[in-house]
Write a protein that binds this ligand. Structure first.
Ligand SMILES: *[C@@H]1O[C@H](CO)[C@@H](O)[C@H](O)[C@H]1NC(C)=O
Ligand SMILES: *[C@@H]1O[C@H](CO)[C@@H](O)[C@H](O)[C@H]1NC(C)=O
Ligand SMILES: *[C@@H]1O[C@H](CO)[C@@H](O)[C@H](O)[C@H]1NC(C)=O
Ligand SMILES: [Cu+2]
Length: 188
């Protein structure tokens, strides 16, 4: 009995490890800027963002900032009423819901010059511990193949790739199985 509990706990630890959230440094090594001509659309296009992941904007706060905005404001580069504004130069935004998250630099002209980012978070996954995630500058979670989906223009969540075969879910299934097994043994 004790051995089975140990196995179940070990599986839970594995599951927690596999579902660790990622930190994405926006723009990779170039960061959040206008001078490197970073294509932020391209930067985002081969990443799969999950709830609990963090996007990290690193820039010189003398020259740039980060505004989270609506789709409408994003389209028009309208910085008059941002949802929130970040100005430290090392701003992390944790993605807590799925769908599109729109950002741009609020310094006049910068959004127009392409310093704008649309992060599309795919559908929610099961319980995700958020502690102590690793930094990854431009690669992503190990089990995600490059995304071939294009980001829709409308303010709706994009197509959600299936997670049925992802490792955290497999681990979760194993744990569920073990737990029900333990339960059956206790019950009778
Ligand atoms: C920007 O948005 C505000 C309200 O959100 C609106 O009043 C204003 O007309 C917009 N400006 C432009 C240039 O679209
Ligand atoms: C920037 O923020 C990240 C994430 O919050 C943190 O890990 C890192 O230490 C910070 N870097 C600096 C230079 O403050
Ligand atoms: C995305 O593209 C960059 C540069 O082409 C590459 O270094 C990175 O590994 C890619 N990420 C994924 C998840 O394919
Ligand atoms: Cu800027």
């Amino acid at each position: 009995m004790a051995a089975r509990i140990v196995v179940a706990l070990a599986c839970m630890v594995v599951m927690i490890r596999l579902s660790k959230a990622a930190i994405y440094k926006v723009g990779g090594s170039a960061g959040w800027t206008t001078i490197a001509n970073v294509d932020y659309k391209l930067w985002a296009s081969n990443k799969t963002f999950h709830i609990g992941d963090t996007v990290l904007f690193q820039y010189n706060p003398q020259f740039h900032n980060v505004m989270r905005v609506t789709h409408e404001m994003y389209r028009n580069c309208n910085n008059s009423k941002p949802i929130s504004t970040f100005t430290t130069g090392n701003d992390s935004v944790t993605l807590t819901n799925h769908g599109h998250h729109f950002f741009f630099c609020g310094v006049p002209g910068h959004c127009q010059a392409g310093q704008k980012l649309d992060v599309n978070v795919i559908h929610p996954t099961s319980s995700t511990p958020l502690s102590d995630p690793p930094i990854s500058s431009d690669s992503s979670s190990p089990s995600s193949p490059p995304s071939t989906t294009t980001i829709p223009a409308a303010g709706v969540p994009g197509p959600s790739p299936s997670h049925a075969a992802s490792l955290p879910n497999v681990a979760a299934a194993v744990v569920a199985l073990l737990v029900s097994y333990l339960f059956a043994n206790f019950a009778y």
